[in-house]
Design a protein. Structure first.
Length: 339
């Protein structure tokens, strides 16, 4: 069975530095401890963070969204990780390379880097390829080391380099954050990706669950939401695990819901609010949507996400009183100085 998950972040953020998941992992915490993982399954996730001994940043910015590689060495890692996302270069080129080397050093396969866009494996007696790319703007570098914003002809070229008989999976970082559906333009692009030869598309980056569709007999999951990602807004705590069984003439698919914060836990559908279940999300997916109202909804949801963050920071300030000054400086810099 192929098992796919969404965004995984194993580091502290600005708002929980010193007591976030990265710190807890360093003290022996296992974020995957409640998962039932069959030894015969192949688990795949998106590693959205940095594991390095170096950083190009100074001061507080050099500590957040980064862990020492040794911190992750005791985890029961996934079999395969994608490393193409908009936070991968947050600490620079050398830090990205160290992250890639560290994850691969733990026995996992890696893909999505410029030097290794795809990885091919055998599973259930079949050839399977995983390709990773990112279409999100990178705020940290003009020269990403991961596969970033390629031309269509570059995507076709990479696809043609893969074994003809492989089941071709595309792990793609794309779309808009905090909204429950992709734009119409994004859906057309997804259909093109299937038309040129990909067999399955797994999307991420919105940090919330979005619907899926079957197009020409192939599946497109627009966003699996967060898998391990400490975010305060409630919709960001809902995600999904998608399972593909290749041991059939026609690959079969199933999904299960998870609630996540620092520990993903499988839950029954009845525990998930109706507006975040696939039944509803697949209906809103049918809307032709790239209007002003669509983008206004993104803005409203982003405001709700930020408000939840502010509440979290205030409620937890006592845990890191020395951090208040850093947070205030960062807020002023981003809000007023636009840096």
């Amino acid at each position: 069975m192929l098992v796919f998950t969404g965004d995984i972040n194993l580091t502290d953020w600005y708002f929980n530095a010193g007591f976030g998941i990265g710190t807890r992992i360093a003290n022996g915490f296992d974020p995957f401890r409640k998962l039932e993982r069959n030894a015969n399954d192949l688990w795949v996730g998106n590693f959205e963070g940095v594991a390095s001994n170096v950083t190009e940043n100074v001061g507080f910015a050099g500590e957040v969204f980064r862990v020492q590689p040794r911190v992750l060495q005791n985890l029961n890692h996934f079999d395969v990780y994608g490393l193409a996302n908009n936070h991968a270069m947050q600490h620079g080129k050398e830090a990205y390379q160290q992250t890639f080397d560290a994850i691969c050093g733990y026995g996992s396969k890696c893909f999505g880097a410029n030097k290794q866009k795809s990885v091919v494996m055998n599973h259930q007696g079949k050839s399977v390829s995983f390709t990773g790319l990112c279409f999100r703007i990178d705020d940290f570098t003009d020269e990403p080391s991961y596969w970033y914003n390629p031309e269509y002809k570059e995507i076709e070229k990479e696809l043609k380099s893969l074994p003809v008989d492989a089941f071709k999976v595309l792990y793609i970082h794309w779309g808009n954050e905090y909204i429950n559906r992709p734009s119409s333009a994004q859906k057309k692009f997804a259909h093109w990706l299937i038309d040129i030869g990909f067999d399955l598309i797994i999307g991420m980056h919105p940090h919330v669950l979005q619907g899926y569709e079957e197009y020409n007999g192939k599946y497109i999951f627009y966003s699996l939401g967060n898998f391990v990602f400490e975010m305060a807004w409630e919709p960001t705590k809902i995600g999904a695990i998608v399972k593909f069984d290749l041991d059939t003439k026609q690959p079969s698919v199933e999904y299960i819901y998870i609630e996540n914060d620092s520990t993903p836990v499988v839950v029954e559908e009845s525990k998930i609010p109706a507006e975040w279940r696939f039944g509803y999300l697949n209906e809103v997916l049918k809307k032709e949507d790239n209007s002003e109202q669509y983008h206004a909804e993104i803005s409203r949801n982003y405001a709700a996400y930020r408000k939840a963050n502010h509440r979290y920071i205030i409620n937890n300030m006592i845990k890191h009183p020395a951090l208040g000054n850093c947070l205030l400086k960062d807020f002023i810099k981003r809000r007023f100085l636009k840096k």
